[in-house]
Ligand binder design. Sequence first.
Ligand code: XMP
Length: 329
Amino acid sequence: DWNMGQVLEEQLQKIAEQVGPEEHAICALSGGVDSTVAATLVHKVLGDRLHCVFVDNGLLRLNEQQRVMDTFNNHLHLPVTCVDHSKVMLARLAGVSDPEAKRKAIGAEFIEVFKNYANELEAKLGKKPKFLVQGTLYPDVIESCPPPGSGQKHSHTIKSHHNVGGLPKDLQFTLIEPFRELFKDEVRAVGRLLGVPEQFIKRHPFPGPGLAVRVLGDVTDGNKLDTLREVDEIFVNTIREYGLYDDIWQAFAVFLPVKAVGVQGDQRTHSHVVALRAVTSADGMTADWYSFTPAFLRDVSNRICNKVRSVNRVVYDITSKPPGTIEWE
Ligand code: XMP
């Protein structure tokens, strides 16, 4: 891709100028496309002066920490430090049920982790990393905080993306955001140019606040997160089995704060309802729900109700964006 080749060259040069020959940077990896490509790009310029960190925020999908660390070690050869911040994060989220409050709290905890990590690096290196690399995309910027007078359709915050709206004013890092003006398919093209393996490039997007925006209301009460992990895993694995993963922009399950009556094995049950969401999209700004076949929907619903004890009802979200957003919170 000629255009993306040019963007890539410009970004490499810009980062070299911005950081100079001596300073260090940290980069938070989520395992997703944006941060992986951002880290690979910045690593080309900074080499050992880039320090990547993967935060287990307690809001990851099933076995995700292990999967992400394995792929970084085995395929990307980027050294990554894993920080387990799950206990602190979940404690902070206890009792928080407003969607924006959750997002803000999560953003603040991420910043805490970065600060602590920077302090540890300072002790080791004798100097503190000045820069923070983020894979922020153009749509994240628009939906979090449209530039005033920009004539953007959205005149106010739709959602505070954890990496844009959630940052404190007194952030002690200078941001490196090479993709602030790009859409996801463009970042994917840059990633391919950089030789990032297809398995990363094709990964469905996963939001920084993780499962917190897919468990409606208080995330911490009960086994909601574990239930959601089980359902999500079955849904996504079934999609892969049917060969549909690459046709879909994003697919996931949502834990609803609702119980319904059912009958399972001749017994009355009063259990949880989960929603499945799958959408097609070009850039995440607008989206359509995906038309599964009835056979697929029947199969996945049976699998979920048979395997996940605490779920007795599965619904499929047939809302496009707009009026819905992709995530439920
Ligand atoms: P919405 O729900 O706003 O999502 O229609 C659009 C796309 O953005 C992802 N998303 C996020 N990504 N941090 C991220 O890195 C966030 O805070 C965040 N919120 C939403 C969402 O998964 C979808 O792909």
